[in-house]
Design a binder for this molecule. Sequence first.
Ligand code: BTN
Length: 329
Amino acid sequence: MTITDQQKKILELLADGEFHSGPVLADILGVSRSAVWKQLHNLTELGLEPIAVSGKGYRLKRPIEFLSSEKIESVLMDNVRLNISDLNIHDRLDSTNNHLINLAKCAARSGTVCLAEFQIAGKGRRGRSWVSPFGSNIYLSLLWHFHNGPSAISGLSLAVGVSVIRALASLGLSGIGLKWPNDIYWQEHKLGGILIEVTGETHGPCAAVIGIGLNIYIPDREAAMIDQAWIDLTRIMGGISISRNRLVGTLLNELLPILADYENHGLAPYLDEWRSYDCLVGHPVVIYQGESAITGNAGGIDDNGLFRLMTADGKACCFASGEVSFSKN
Ligand code: BTN
């Protein structure tokens, strides 16, 4: 499904969240009133929530702040702006990660940033899909080249998690934690996630596409498609909206310096900070690996960023991969 010029125009008119009458919309767009109604109805396919009230007209349930490269750039620090080689905003993509993986094959440079208003096939970890309604959340991917192969960037996703928490904290949001390896959590509910996809040689140059999804506002209909406990920033903040452009700019300010330094110092500079955000440590958990489920108490991460599980027989086991959940017992 594409976003037509007509839909884009309607969205721009309705972005203020105010009522607009059918005849006025029809007039501006140069179409019939029934065509306006049809276009509005189609907006639900983008995950939007148009509301019709007789005598008043149409409005969106929530206003939309469109992503804007000018607004994002106005937030960037000078040294960060220098490290961004391209910043593209798309109305619709299958997945911002896929888009950058393809660009990486065509020699795109480190610091290429891709954002989308809507992902038709947003990807989560472990083959899951990432619910990506239009204009509501942040779907961001960033390309970075490394010289020394994937092994040199192990633990990168943990450092990226630190950058997300720093960005949220600098906007005044506290109480947000990290769930190993790189889920953004608030009170046992998922607020965001990180998906890093690496292509290239085992011991040579590689390209990492770092994808970050952050929930700003999840419409009810989309929420029904999420199969785990979730939360968004609007709900955390009691209905107050946060500027997506400011958040993206702040996130890039935190993320770019970490990427630029990662091959020099690795995870070590971020370990203590990561541990201070660890929302699993001390909790009874289950780690799933393939078919097996192992229970124990979360024992934090080791110096390589591996997950430590303290089992009932007092042993500590370390895991490089797996899916950890809070245990219900
Ligand atoms: C997870 O499962 O926790 C990872 C979610 C990552 C979602 C983001 S949204 C931007 C980027 N593009 C994608 O298709 N996925 C990532």
